[in-house]
Design a protein around this ligand. Structure first.
Ligand code: BTN
Length: 265
């Protein structure tokens, strides 16, 4: 058992910390299957088999990043669960903004690449993998896995145009424990807003104000055919609104990914 978080109300009050683990998401799912409580947090110094979205891996060296997963047992409608990944994204972005405000450095402006990557100077510094388990048609649990590139000094050449770390983009090394505390403090705030309506109404405007894609040309990689348009905000349930010449499309994150026309964002 690791140190519990002290500035939160319910996130991370039970915390399991590992020097090395295969994947914090995998561990969190095992704990959830054996009945762990809502808000249980798993953190690790390094992962040997970090899992990314779309079957990719997540590089998780010791000392460079934050690797953590939270178990939720929400009493919400199943169809509302996909919004939680956007709740996590705004929480990470806000946490980074707040820590830089406190450290008297110049303001730092993380943005969200829809639906849930955090970018600094248009390069990805955080990825989020949300996994859902159903009990019949009801939600049994949700695991939110967050990987943050905090102090990586370099990236493989093929990733240099799309990935970076907070250190590389700001020349500042954030304290990882402080950032973990702040992410979950912010998560409690936005999650409470989410629960009021079971959607994103309570902070949709704020999310859009942080959206790196907003009013930019995007390419929608839809399995039924790619198309291009301009990102025009999100719906209350988290779909990206993409304006094409003919219509405004609502793009769901489960089905498609979105790329910038001139780079990653
Ligand atoms: C992405 O592909 O953008 C999502 C990456 C999610 C990585 C994090 S690291 C902590 C948690 N444990 C995992 O195995 N994956 C997530």
């Amino acid at each position: 058992m690791g140190k519990q978080l002290h500035s939160t109300k319910w996130c991370g009050k039970k915390r399991y910390h590992f020097a090395v683990i295969d994947s914090t998401n995998k561990k969190a799912k095992e704990l959830a299957e054996t009945g762990c409580e809502h808000g249980t947090l798993v953190t690790a110094e390094s992962q040997e088999a970090g899992i990314g979205r779309r079957g990719r891996s997540w590089s998780s060296e010791e000392g460079t990043g934050i690797y953590m997963s939270l178990v939720l047992r929400p009493e919400i409608k199943t169809e509302c669960a996909s919004s939680i990944t956007l709740v996590a994204a705004i929480s990470v972005a806000r946490a980074i903004i707040n820590l830089f405000k406190e450290s008297s450095q110049e303001a730092v402006f993380p943005q969200i690449k829809w639906p849930n990557d955090i970018v600094l100077n248009k390069k990805k510094v955080c990825g989020i993998l949300t996994e859902l388990s159903l009990d019949g048609t009801k939600i049994d649990y949700i695991v939110i896995g967050i990987g943050i590139n905090v102090s990586n000094q370099s990236f493989p050449e093929e990733l240099q145009s799309i990935a970076s770390s907070i250190l590389l983009e700001t020349q500042e090394e954030l304290d990882k424990e402080l950032l973990i505390e702040e992410v979950w403090k912010q998560f409690e705030y936005y999650y409470a807003l989410f629960l009021q309506t079971q959607d994103l109404q309570g902070f949709k405007e704020e999310y859009v104000s942080l959206l790196a894609n907003q009013n930019n040309k995007v390419k929608v990689l839809d399995p039924n055919g790619e198309y291009e348009g301009v990102a025009r905000g999100i719906t209350n349930t988290g779909e990206l609104l993409v304006e094409t010449e003919q219509v405004i499309c609502e793009v769901s994150s489960g089905e498609v990914s979105v790329r910038g026309m001139y780079g990653y964002v």
